[in-house]
Design a protein around this ligand. Sequence first.
Ligand code: MIG
Length: 817
Amino acid sequence: MKENLDPGEETNTNEESTLDNVHHVNNPVLDLPQIEKKYLDEIKSYSQSENTYYFYDGVAKVEVKVITDEIIRVRLAPQGAFLEDFSYAIAKKTHRISRHQCIEEEDAYLVKTNTVTCKISKKDFLISFENREGKIMNADHSPMHWEENPDAGGYYVYCTKQAESKEVFYGLGDKASTFNLRGRRFTNWNSDTYAFAFNQDPLYKTIPFYIGLNDGDAYGIFFDNTFKTYFDFASEDPVKTSFWSEGGELQYYYIHGPHMIDVVRRYHVLTGTHYLPPLWAIGYHQCRWSYYPEANVRHVAEEFRRRQIPCDAIYLDIDYMDGYRCFTWNKQYFPDPKKMIYDLANDGFKTVVMIDPGIKVDENYWVFKEGKENKYFCRRGDDYFMEGYVWPGRCQFPDFTNPEVREWWGTLYQGLVEDGVAGFWNDMNEPAVFGRGTFPDDVRHNFDGQRGSHRKAHNVYGMQMVRATYDGLKKLYKNKRPFTITRAAYAGTQRYSSVWTGDNMATWEHLKIGVLQLQRLSVSGISFCGTDIGGFTGEPDGELYTRWVQFGVFSPFMRVHSAGDTRDREPWSFGEDWEKICKKFIELRYKLLPYIYSVFWEQTRYGYPILRPVSMIEQHVESNWQREEEFSFGEKILVSPVLNPGQQSKIVYLPEGDWYYYFNNHIFQGGQEHNIETPLDEMPIFVKAGSVIAEYPVMQHTGEKKIEELLLNVYFGKGINKSYLYTDHGDTFAYEQDVYLEKCFITSGTEHALDIKQQLKGLFTERYEEYDLKLIQLPFDIQKVLVDGKEIGYQKDESGYYRVRVSKDFEDILIQG
Ligand code: MIG
């Protein structure tokens, strides 16, 4: 037996006697391993099971799994045992892979797909990803490492990548920071951040996904870890980009590009896309905290119609409830909600109401009673209920990570749905608790049977709430599409909801932050997003409000909202001059509806982001990497919102090709900057040459008019261009059974002719018979128009544009000069 030794002293005993010591010595235990950062060591062995490859250093194991030809997942098990393969973010587990194999070389293993090679170096366990030509897209700076967490259990896990000297980084969801994230560090911990500041972090959402762009080539990293996570983009050390977590597994996906838009598309392959919203959800929405009583709601709605300003939805914030009890009505303010909602609906307004997670502790309140009886509320480590104050007073909180609770929560909406409510707004689901901010770490969660403390469930709490909401509504509405909006989110939330950016401020700086946040959300998998137009807290003047409405037209979600203590915020609240401009721009949103709806389809069906920053449109142009204000909505319309008071003009960069200034159809040459006049009733909006953009007549709400003839604006362009137009019922799921129409217009223009071909896909039939083609800036005078071989007539309208009426079923139009 050894005596108590100085801990620093070397002991040269063999293994057997060491074990002996551990078993028999009393105090202290001499060879208890120190808690320190541990790194992967030299690879000792490797094995394979189908599309998964394992590498082992004698203690730790690394799994390299081929998910698709372009996506590879890496996982680390410090003691060789992986956690259960479970994720709230991932939409679908199995995908098509064409080919994969592992080749052993002298100093490395190469896991190869058709497009990517993941190289795992034997000696130091460094992992890198290469393209087919052997170019390194992304590489470890140090081997993956970890440190035991003796208090909570598990490990802090770390991954450190090389940051190339010119590499730039995008993504991470709602961060209120510069668009390029290089030089910054971020934390993901969903937080209720009223009146947040530029660079404040964390905010409401956790999207642990970023895009690296280096030397013109892009890739993505998705760190699927729900604990508090951190990202450092060459901030601590200019040659390193790292991400780490306070728990869970070191698990990340490498997503190949090299085009940024494909990285985003593939990220959507992993985490799903947005559901197709009902058409009304992409109209203009009016909100405030709060419209009540009923007479006020009706008054606002009437004013919209009287002033002929389009609007599709009106929101009821928390004051519609009885003492802030979810799923109840304040009968004093709303004596007959069903009648009110019915009348509003007749006038073309959908009603959207707020639902929070906090359930009032009240033995006479059915939701509380049901939750209590069924043990649906979250409990602390020592089994006390998680209680905290929110709007209703003392509250308990459903554990939305429990599938049974989600099921129940979904049914609670039945009454409101029967009352006619068309959409739901889930707030405070970070979760927010007055005073201490959120739940304490020891709160326990079901985590879909995986069990976990709040450390693990915090960042998915809001996502699981809105998932329960969406899934419940989907059943209640039968074949109608639900509309949901959430404040908190985790990666994958797009499968259940749209989002807004939370409690911003009525300042010009916040308008700019909004432009950054919506572009960022869009490249981070959450395209259906919006800001509180006008700013939540504080008072905008007419100019700020109006410029924000202009940006709102090109926000995927367009809603004005403001805090409880603010003055009126309707489009007419700032006087006639501003009202006129706001009206013009809200009308523009409605004219663009067929285009906007088609862009949503491209997101839902194909995973394309709705907003596309110039750095994405032209990633090969280095000067674009830092641009923050120009972005396109879909592929065809590029804007640059006006972000300063009194701004007379603005420098706008246009990507290569020709662009039409929307308000007068003047052509600007792209690939350069232009100084664009910015009078108050205009903003820089450009349409790409060669586009066919359908236009609806101005409607007061999306269901107001049946389209009798569809106007197609044809922006002449040289060469070949494709434009897509999508239509369907607008509010059902029939599109899942192919009851939709996806049209593709292929234009090809020369000095003397324009040819337009149409291809159709899907089973939906429109009620109108004809298109009204408006031919913009033809470089020739028309001599002849041939539709499917037959000559037809054409005219010039009062503004001098050629107009041609053709059957909607045409296959080919040849316009000859
Ligand atoms: O503690 O429901 O972000 O949009 O109007 C504030 C009242 C709670 C915060 C939301 C805001 C909403 C407000 N809510």
